[in-house]
Design a protein around this ligand. Structure first.
Ligand code: CP
Ligand code: NVA
Length: 304
């Protein structure tokens, strides 16, 4: 039984295996077929924060695989004074075959995974968002045919998405560059963690967005103010304004793809012209959440 709480819970070979299952299922899906690999299986979706993509893509994925899903919101009392996370996780594991959990505090997910007797998948925490990063690199692979040796430039806040992409890029032999003001770059603790788990990873940080994107295969950005950081919005807007992904920046790398996990704050981290422009693959990234997660569920539940 395996959990995916952080991206490094999967090895490079396991990521490639998940990509292969996802690709197979995606090709069948595109040909109008559904492979019912998980009949009778139930996925619990335990969410403390809002979601469109993560919630619906997992629910659709389970339906396509012949299983079903239960959306479990705040009225379950999860991570509240109603009962302990340990009691909650042990009991929920009796009813469902896997749990996708979106939490405010990453530590909640760690505690849930420690007691759950079914696989726990991180559906976003303040620390990381592994399913999104996996779907993004899967999307890149679908475009280019390979990923090793390519550069992903992340321009903006060094947040949960940036950390997840840095790790997945490091695992798959890609170069990762973060362009951010010093206060929004990675923490020393994260840098040292990555050096320990991925000593060969090529991860750089800069305050110069143009230098970051020059050789990039992908320019990536995310909101400047993530869920839970709303009180910092004004300061973040001011500090990150020079890191907006706009047409002038994308002109430095005309062959690069533009990616964003969505939801976007148009006019802040990205302009309409870029997100709706010819380099943007944001809708395909969102679509690939479902395909990638089908591969992940089939792999985790032992049917791939
Ligand atoms: N990208 C993403 O995880 O979107 P949601 O917050 O809508 O799930
Ligand atoms: N960094 C964003 C990602 C949303 C998918 C957030 O945590 O709100």
């Amino acid at each position: 039984m395996r959990h995916v709480v952080v991206p490094e819970d999967l090895s490079a070979a396991e990521i490639e295996a998940v990509f292969a299952v996802a690709r197979d299922l995606q090709e069948k899906h595109d040909a109008g077929r559904r492979d019912a690999l998980l009949p009778g299986r139930v996925l619990g979706l335990l969410f403390e924060k809002p979601s469109l993509r993560t919630r619906v893509s997992f629910q659709a994925a389970m339906a396509h695989l012949g299983g079903s899903s239960l959306f479990l919101g705040k009225d379950t009392g999860f991570a509240s004074t109603r009962e302990s996370i340990a009691d909650f996780g042990r009991v929920l594991s009796q009813y469902v075959d896997a749990i996708v959990c979106r939490t405010t505090a990453h530590e909640t997910l760690v505690q849930l995974a420690a007691v759950a007797t079914v696989p726990v998948v991180n559906g976003l925490s303040d620390y990381c968002h592994p399913c999104q990063a996996l779907a993004d690199i899967y999307t890149l692979k679908r475009h280019v045919g390979r990923v090793a040796g390519l550069t992903l430039a992340f321009v903006g806040d060094g947040n949960n998405m940036a950390r997840s992409l840095a790790v997945v890029c490091g695992q798959l032999g890609m170069r990762f560059v973060l362009a951010a003001p010093p206060a929004y770059q990675f923490s020393d603790a994260f840098r040292s963690h990555v050096r320990t788990i991925l000593p060969e990873a090529d991860i750089a940080e800069t305050t110069d967005p143009r230098a970051a994107v020059r050789d990039a295969a992908v320019v990536y950005t995310d909101v400047w103010t993530s869920m839970g950081q709303e009180a910092e919005r004004v300061a973040r807007r001011q500090a990150l304004a020079p890191f907006q992904v706009n047409e002038a920046l994308m002109a430095c790398c005309p062959d690069a793809l533009f990616m964003h996990c969505l939801p976007a704050n148009r006019g802040e981290e990205v302009t309409d012209a870029v997100i709706d422009g010819p380099q943007s693959v944001v809708v395909e990234e969102a679509a690939n959440r479902m395909h990638l997660q089908k591969g992940l569920l089939a792999w985790l539940l032992g049917h791939a």
